[in-house]
Design a protein around this ligand. Structure first.
Ligand SMILES: NC(=O)c1ccc[n+]([C@@H]2O[C@H](COP(=O)([O-])OP(=O)(O)OC[C@H]3O[C@@H](n4cnc5c(N)ncnc54)[C@H](OP(=O)(O)O)[C@@H]3O)[C@@H](O)[C@H]2O)c1
Length: 336
């Protein structure tokens, strides 16, 4: 099969299409013929060598949709031929509150979805929501799961509340916007791009602020009518101190990423005086993955696909992510 193999860390041009051996399903596993894959910021962190536990060579990619072409021992053969999306959260463990020690994400250390074929545990396959194209379905898994757990399980978002989502151009952030609107919340967003703020409004955001403008925090607070009840943040260092200033007393701040840096100086006093709950969130459980997919199966929520690149141009897709050019998910089209 053909796959994008990363043999050396560095620029996007390190992502090279090669012929490699077909994977074997193995016991409990299945092989999926990938129709579309999608990028996550994780792939860029790994490519640049800014991620823990890197092994080379590696086929990147956590997101994929396609058809099952083979199953291993112990797996129901009726799975062969089915259209599926892959849950990239592998070996979560037994505690819903946090992943266990064996937890890992498809695309490192296991080879991922920037390939014509991928081997995954059969338990990580879910039926593709019928109404979605392969490209739209492939956009969902990692980002949709992360947004779902952050909003639903961790923040316990209620209809009528106001959510602030930072960096709306990001893959997870666009799902957070879609899900929060679906759940009946008001949504205010931030972005470094005015045109992305416009696009967010078209998707149902009630307002948006450019985080590169002076006083963006106060402007966002005013748009949230006194401050957000819930914040969904992945900016990290550059946003965190301001977010603690503007959140409503009793608010919940969910952090799932640190795109601008992981070390922030915060006023601890604000956290206890305002009774703020700071909630960490990472990926999600198999149950959350299934629940999240029902949003799409029921209709009413459609993934935001930014641009589709052919698999052979994974480097071009990575360049777009490196420049934060995207609004929503960057997708790779694989095969016919
Ligand atoms: N814990 C988890 O399970 C988990 C899961 C997924 C992702 N993550 C992390 O979450 C982050 C986002 O991932 P992704 O795949 O959605 O990335 P992505 O699609 O590349 O989005 C990154 C976004 O960050 C935004 N950004 C940059 N500087 C910012 C700032 N100063 N303030 C606010 N936003 C800023 C940009 O938004 P604009 O273009 O709108 O300016 C950009 O589009 C990454 O750090 C990733 O590693 C964690």
């Amino acid at each position: 099969m053909k796959a994008i193999v990363l043999r050396e860390l560095g620029d996007p041009d390190k992502l090279v299409l090669e012929s490699v051996p077909d994977p074997d399903p193995g016991p409990g596993g299945a092989v999926v013929r990938i129709r579309a894959a999608a990028l996550n910021h994780r792939d860029a962190w790994i490519r640049r060598g800014q991620y823990a536990g890197i092994r080379l060579p590696i086929v990147l990619g956590s997101d994929g949709a396609g058809e099952v072409v083979a199953v291993g021992a112990g797996v129901d053969e009726r799975l062969v031929g089915q259209s599926v999306v892959i849950n990239p959260s592998l070996d979560w463990g037994t505690d819903d509150r946090a992943q266990g020690p064996a937890y890992h994400i498809l695309g490192l250390p296991d080879d991922g979805t920037y390939a014509e074929l991928v081997r995954v545990p059969a338990a990580n396959l879910c039926p593709k929501p019928g109404s979605l194209s392969s490209e739209a379905a492939a956009a969902i898994p990692l980002a949709g799961l992360t947004a779902y757990r952050a909003l639903v399980t961790r923040a316990r978002l209620q209809a009528g509340e106001t959510v602030l989502v930072t960096g709306i151009g990001g893959g997870v952030s666009t799902f957070a916007l879609l899900f929060a609107r679906h759940l009946g919340a008001r949504v205010v967003v931030t972005s470094g791009s005015d045109s992305k703020l416009e696009r967010a409004r078209a998707l149902g955001a009630d307002g948006g602020v450019n985080y590169k403008s002076e006083g963006w925090g106060k402007a966002a607070q005013a748009m949230c009518q006194g401050g957000p009840d819930v914040i969904i943040d992945s900016a990290g260092r550059d946003a965190f101190p301001t977010l603690l200033e503007i959140i409503k007393p009793g608010g919940r701040l969910v952090t799932f990423g640190a795109t601008t840096g992981s070390t922030a100086t915060v006023e601890v006093r604000r956290i206890f005086w305002k009774q703020i709950a700071i909630l960490g969130s990472t990926m999600g459980t198999p149950r959350e993955f299934g629940d999240m997919l029902t949003f799409f199966a029921q209709g009413g929520v459609t993934p935001v696909v930014d641009q589709v690149f052919p698999l052979a141009d994974a480097a071009g897709a990575h360049r777009r992510m490196d420049q934060a050019g995207q609004f929503g998910k960057i997708v790779l089209s694989v095969g016919v």
